[in-house]
Design a protein around this ligand. Structure first.
Ligand SMILES: [Fe+2]
Ligand SMILES: [Fe+2]
Length: 177
C-alpha cells in the first residue's frame, strides 16, 4: 500500500489536474471565440493532456488498491483582457504544478514509499517540458500581442512537426485518449 499521506496528497493532485484541464478548455474557448484557431487547438490538446494526467493518478491508486475519490474542481478563469493573459495564467499554473509534483516526490521519499516515488518520476520530466513549452509560447504571444496572427503562424509550424506518443507514460484509467 502507498503511504497514507501520499494517497491523500495524490487525491488532491487529481483535483488540480482536472482543474487545469477545465482552465485549458476555458482558454481554448476564449481563443476560439476570438477566431484564433491554432491557439484554441493548442489549449484543447493541453486540456486533454491534463485530464489524462488526472486519470494516470487515478489508475495508480486503483492499481495500488488505495482509496481514490473523483473531486469537484474550482471554476476556471474565463474573462481575459487580451491575448497574452490566458497564456500567462497557464504558465503560472504549470509552475505551481511543478512545485506540487516536487512536493509529492518529497512526501513519497520521506515515507520510504519507493513505488510512489518512482510513479512520480514521469511527472517531474513532464513538468519540465510543460513549463518550457508554455514559457516559449508566452514569449511569442508577448512579442506578437499587436498581431496575434504571428502566433497562429508559429503554432502552425510547431503543430505540423507533431508530438509522438510517449511510450514511457504511465497508464491512464479508461485508456489513453
Ligand atoms: Fe498536468
Ligand atoms: Fe500541465
Amino acid at each position: 500500500m502507498p503511504a497514507p499521506r501520499f494517497v491523500e496528497r495524490l487525491n488532491e493532485q487529481i483535483a488540480y489536474e482536472f482543474a487545469a484541464s477545465q482552465q485549458y478548455v476555458a482558454n481554448a474557448v476564449h481563443f476560439d471565440a476570438e477566431t484564433l484557431p491554432r491557439l484554441a487547438a493548442f489549449f484543447y490538446a493541453q486540456a486533454l493532456e491534463e485530464r489524462n494526467h488526472a486519470l494516470m493518478m487515478v489508475q495508480y491508486l486503483l492499481d495500488a488498491d488505495a482509496e481514490v475519490t473523483i473531486p469537484g474542481v474550482a471554476a476556471p478563469e474565463t474573462q481575459f483582457g487580451d491575448v497574452v493573459a490566458p497564456v500567462a495564467l497557464a504558465l503560472d499554473q504549470e509552475r505551481r504544478v511543478s512545485d506540487q509534483i516536487g512536493a509529492l516526490v518529497g512526501i513519497a521519499r520521506e515515507a520510504g514509499d519507493f513505488q510512489s516515488e518512482q510513479f512520480m518520476q514521469w511527472f517531474l520530466k513532464e513538468q519540465v517540458e510543460e513549463v518550457a513549452s508554455m514559457s516559449a509560447l508566452l514569449k511569442v504571444v508577448e512579442r506578437s500581442a499587436e498581431n496575434p496572427m504571428l502566433v497562429e503562424d508559429y503554432l502552425a509550424r510547431e503543430q505540423a512537426s507533431g508530438g509522438a506518443a510517449d511510450p514511457t507514460a504511465p497508464a491512464a484509467a479508461g485508456g489513453m485518449v
